[in-house]
Design a protein around this ligand. Structure first.
Ligand code: G6P
Ligand code: ZN
Length: 543
């Protein structure tokens, strides 16, 4: 074994996006591409001697190859120890859990989350810091800057390590420990939720379907829901992670998880349905013939948090991303706790969680989580719902409708225009920015604009700022239209339009969502000239 120094030159475009560096597999397969980025991470972290790193991914195509390379590079860069998931598998929340439990310096996660996988799909890499959460902007920016000046990287020429069996071995001086991907995470879940109550629920004939979408949640859901909680075999479907996610799009929304939605719409549907994404940090909650929006799910878990042993003492605060509906704000007001509004991206919750200001966090993009780790957590959200269903003894629909009766309903929808021309998308956003100042007081379709701005955020803990985080048009009745460009796509640009309308009157709680939002949808299109700018008369995805 010897450590080699390989000459390289900077490769363009290695700036991490909303959640790490994501590119087509082919891009990552280029000579030196992954190596340049990984060396830039190590260079940014500084002295690695005596340090432990966690390493794992969602099992998508190129996962194994990347793990092999990173292990050899970590050894060559003086890392003392790496904890790697067996088979290279660790869900994103599990990496966060393991970093925290073993007080590692940080971790490297290989995933492109909900983006499709396979040789023609996407791959991704991100670095998480010692609190278990995504690296903050200052760190990702430093990594990026390093990629622009890199001249060489270090790698061991050691043979490939066996990562398919537990146990310890060495690469150069570095100890590699292959860990069970599920154990530490399952133990944490057992502390947070009332497993006895959930076991009784299943023993009493409660039925559920968890669609792991051929992605990494499979082993976790199977071991916990079928294993520890005694749900019948077959409760968790599509549970073996595949390199191409079975050719599907592992994003748990009603469009991509159509198989589950169809099942839940039947008369003989299970009591409860759930799905999660490629790396198991997202979740979708479905009742019998009844979908739950992620924004409502956050509000409902917050309103009922004390049912779970881990939150029995109450929650300190709630945090949601700006485009997420304001249903959670109403719960926070009723509980007398703060509700923080952050830019899109889980990383913005980190400081609030670390400072103990927020306990639960959520995003409209099917992400929910808490201070138990520093990532959103799909299986956690599903277990929280199971705990709630077990304690309440009501159906999903009853729980949601009672919540609306108490707090009012925030009708909510997101319209995506995927794969549009990047320049056209920029023009659309620039035009909107120009219009903002003149919008106050304007009347449209029975709505009056209260204010319009481009969301800016100052972190209340560390004072860091983020500008241009989404254009919002807020009406005098609290209804909102928000526009932003996706930070996670890999092809062209994706325009997201978020629509929200508050309705206090329970008599008005059962209008089909698109109908309830029709006037706002028309305003959104005309203000931004979406059809004109994008050439699309309809969104590609509506959630
Ligand atoms: C990832 C992040 C989320 C974020 C989402 C936004 O999933 O982990 O925290 O909400 O991306 O994606 P977008 O495509 O809207 O930028
Ligand atoms: Zn994800």
């Amino acid at each position: 074994m010897a450590i080699q120094t390989i000459q390289t030159t900077p490769i363009d475009g290695q700036r991490p996006g909303t959640s790490g560096l994501r590119k087509k597999v082919g891009v990552f397969q280029q000579a030196h591409y992954l190596e340049n980025f990984v060396q830039s991470v190590f260079d940014t972290l500084g002295d690695l001697s005596g340090k432990t790193l966690v390493l794992g991914g969602d099992g998508r195509f190129h996962n194994r190859a990347a793990i092999r390379t990173i292990l050899k590079m970590a050894a060559a860069n003086g890392v003392a120890r790496v904890l790697v998931g067996r088979g290279g598998i660790l869900s994103t929340p599990a990496v966060s859990c393991v970093i925290r439990k073993y007080e590692a310096m940080g971790g490297i996660i290989l995933s492109a989350s909900h983006n499709p996988g396979g040789p023609d799909g996407d791959f991704g890499i991100k670095y998480n810091i010692g609190n278990g959460g995504p690296a903050p902007e200052a760190v990702t920016e430093a990594i990026y800057q390093r990629t622009t000046t890199i001249t060489s990287y270090r790698i061991s020429d050691a043979p490939d390590l066996d990562i398919d069996h537990g146990g310890r071995s060495y690469v150069e001086q570095m100890q590699v420990e292959v860990i069970d991907p599920v154990d530490d995470y399952a133990q944490l879940m057992e502390q947070l939720f009332d497993f006895d109550a959930i076991r009784k629920l299943f023993a009493g004939g409660f039925t559920m379907r968890f669609d792991a979408m051929h992605a990494v949640a499979g082993p976790y859901a199977k071991a916990i829901i079928e294993g520890r909680l005694g749900a019948p075999e077959g409760t968790v479907i599509n549970c073996v992670p595949r390199e191409d996610f079975g050719g599907g799009h592992p994003d748990p929304n009603p469009v991509n998880a159509a198989e589950l939605i169809e099942l839940m719409a039947r008369d003989d549907a299970p009591d409860f349905g759930a799905a999660s994404d490629g790396d198991a940090d997202r979740n979708m909650i479905v009742g019998r013939k009844f979908d739950v929006t992620p924004s409502d799910s956050l509000a409902i878990l917050a309103a009922n948090a004390q049912v779970a042993p881990g939150y029995r003492g109450g929650i300190a605060g709630i945090a949601r991303s700006m485009p997420t509906s304001r249903a959670a704000d109403r719960v926070a007001a009723a509980l007398g706790i703060p509700c923080y509004e952050t830019p899109t991206g889980w990383k913005y919750f980190g400081t609030l969680l670390d400072a103990g200001l927020a306990t639960l966090c959520g995003e409209e993009s099917y992400g929910t989580g808490s201070n138990h780790v520093r990532e959103k957590d799909g299986v956690w959200a599903v277990l929280f719902w199971l705990n709630l269903l077990a304690v309440k003894g009501q159906s999903v629909q009853q729980i949601v409708e009672e919540h609306w009766q108490r707090f009012g309903r925030n009708y909510y929808s997101r319209h995506d225009y995927e794969g549009i021309d990047a320049h056209a998308a920029k023009v659309l956003m620039d035009d909107l920015r120009v219009k903002l100042a003149a919008m106050q007081g304007v009347e449209m379709n029975h709505y009056t604009v209260d204010f319009a701005d481009d969301f800016e955020y100052t972190d209340p803990v560390d004072g860091s700022k983020a500008a241009q985080q989404g254009i919002r048009i807020v009406m005098t009745d609290g209804s909102r239209i928000v526009y932003r460009l996706s930070g996670t796509g890999t092809e062209g640009a994706t325009l997201r339009v978020y629509l929200e309308r508050y309705e206090a009157d329970p008599e008005q709680h059962h209008i089909p969502t698109q109908q309830a939002l029709a006037a706002l949808i028309a305003i959104a299109d005309s203000v931004a000239s979406i059809a004109y700018n994008t050439g699309r008369s309809n969104p590609t995805v509506i959630t």
